[in-house]
Design a protein around this ligand. Structure first.
Ligand code: KG4
Ligand code: ZN
Length: 348
């Protein structure tokens, strides 16, 4: 089979999504989000998200097939996010995908959502260059990965020891009174502020901690420093310069992410850096990566926003890679894995 048609299904968090890919070509991508239902709670409520997946599953899959101009029987394989993610949410997507694969008698792959964020870049930029590195940044993950083969061999080089970059932005945004998720609003304010107005730490970038954790991240220190600074200003009855606070936070996070990613490219001799996850829409990060990529001769591949945020096409594309590499399907009796390790690509 040279150009398999793969249906990909995604339900790890608040998006119910389905996409259809033929080989490396995107045929359709449909996303329904339950974010509006969570906004008033200031975070995703798993129970509400699971119910929303149960409601949206069939309509979203039907629409994705319709937009791809095909029936379910035209699909050669089904891929579904099996983890990492919220258990109840994963269970809805995986159960639905199993039923579909069983009904049409086609192979099913339970795949790693994070590796999907890497795979999806092929839809925009084509095949991976050899020895690419990937920086995955979202609300839940911040990791540096080495992509020897997206279907069979991905190694974790570094990861966050505490908060993810998006999570850190969302927490400061909440303190500033922005609606959830506040990351994009922090981004907008940061564009107007002075990043030097307050000093914030850049964790694991100097001294012994940097030597011990060259490619790991830690964002809880910057979050605490910014939060304390805001609280002290408020206690003294002083104004909080929102633009400056956002700029200092964004500058620190973008600088650490981009510097560590480029250092890893140097160490591993990687010609390209693949970027994925919702936080890759961040303008300060994109600017820092573009500048340092140029400086170091590294091609930076940041996909368009609709491919960065959670979607079904990323899962379909990874499924397509698995089919084309001859990887054995997961079968119909695999479980979900809410904390699926990043070097596991497919469930057994
Ligand atoms: O990958 P994603 O859509 O969902 C997860 O799997 O987490 O990422 C969402 C995260 C949120 O934390 C959101 O605040 C953050 O990405 N985000 C941003 C921007 N756009 C999305 N953070 C900063 N600047 C942005 N422009
Ligand atoms: Zn994601």
């Amino acid at each position: 089979m040279s150009e398999p048609v793969v249906l990909g299904i995604e339900s790890t968090c608040d998006e119910t999504a389905a996409g259809v890919v033929c080989g490396g070509e995107l045929l359709s991508s449909v996303v329904a989000s339950s974010m509006e239902m969570h906004a008033r709670y200031g975070g995703v409520i798993p129970e509400i998200a699971s119910r929303a997946h149960a409601e949206a599953f069939v309509p979203v899959v039907s629409k994705a097939l319709q937009e791809a101009g095909m029936e379910l029987s035209g699909v050669d394989a089904v891929a579904v996010s099996a983890g990492p993610g919220l258990a109840g949410c994963l269970a809805v997507g995986v159960s639905g995908a199993k039923a579909l694969a069983y009904a049409i008698g086609k192979p099913l792959y339970g795949v790693n959502h994070v590796i999907g964020h890497i795979a999806v870049t092929q839809l925009q930029f084509g095949a991976f260059p050899e020895n690419a590195l990937a920086l995955i940044v979202s609300g839940g993950h911040t990791s540096l990965l080495r992509v020897r083969d997206v279907a069979t061999a991905v190694d974790v080089i570094g990861t966050t020891l505490d908060d993810a970059a998006g999570e850190c932005f969302d927490k400061i945004a909440r303190l500033l009174g922005f609606p959830y998720p506040g990351g994009p609003i922090v981004d907008q304010h940061a564009q107007k502020g002075d990043p030097k107005a307050l000093r914030v730490p850049k964790a694991l970038t100097t001294g012994r901690s940097a030597r011990e954790h060259p490619y790991d991240f830690s964002f809880s220190g910057v979050k605490t420093a910014v939060a304390r600074w805001i609280e002290q200003r408020r206690m003294k009855g002083l104004d909080v310069p929102i633009d400056d606070v956002c700029a200092a936070l964004a500058d620190s996070v973008a600088d650490v992410l981009s510097e560590k990613a480029m250092a890893a490219c140097r160490q591993f001799g990687s010609p390209a850096l693949i970027v994925g996850g919702g936080f890759s829409a961040n303008s300060q990060l994109c600017a820092a990566l573009a500048k340092k990529g140029k400086r170091d001769g590294v091609e930076v591949r940041v996909p368009r926003a609709s491919l960065c945020t959670d979607n079904g096409a990323m899962i379909a594309m990874l499924g397509s890679n698995l089919v084309q590499s001859g990887v054995e399907p997961s079968g119909l009796d695999f479980s979900i894995d809410p904390s699926m390790p990043m070097n596991r690509i497919v469930m057994r």
